[in-house]
Design a protein around this ligand. Structure first.
Ligand code: HEC
Length: 86
């Protein structure tokens, strides 16, 4: 199946620069949970929840601010990038 809009891993990588401080250069986690090893769908779902100001964990309010400016394309690119991290 070919997605209508192909996610751009390189664009996701560029966006991820602002996430690295908390989620680790390799998505291994740090102050925030590990993102590496999660599926594209899981990351997209969580980022969209945060953007809607929905709670996932105790510190979700922190991610509300981080996700507020992300477009749907930004989210799929970020998810494609973090899913590629090992
Ligand atoms: C200031 C630190 C910080 C920054 C910067 C940050 N995050 Fe987070 N992130 C967190 C914390 C803390 C949580 C846990 C929030 C909760 O309790 O729901 C989290 C949760 C997440 C989750 C859900 C993980 C899970 O498995 O529950 C995703 C996905 C995520 N962040 C993606 C990103 C992306 C993408 C960026 C960059 C646009 C980013 N974060 C920037 C700290 C940060």
């Amino acid at each position: 199946m070919t997605p209508a809009i192909a996610a751009d891993v390189n664009a996701g990588k560029a966006k991820y620069a602002t996430c690295m401080g908390c989620h680790g250069a390799k998505g291994q986690g740090g102050m925030g949970p590990a993102l590496a090893g999660q599926t594209t769908a899981a990351i997209e779902m969580k980022l969209k929840k945060y953007r809607n100001k929905e709670k996932i964990g105790a510190q979700s309010a922190l991610m509300w601010g981080m996700s507020a400016g992300l477009s749907d394309a930004d989210i799929s690119n970020l998810a494609a990038y973090t899913a590629s991290l090992k």
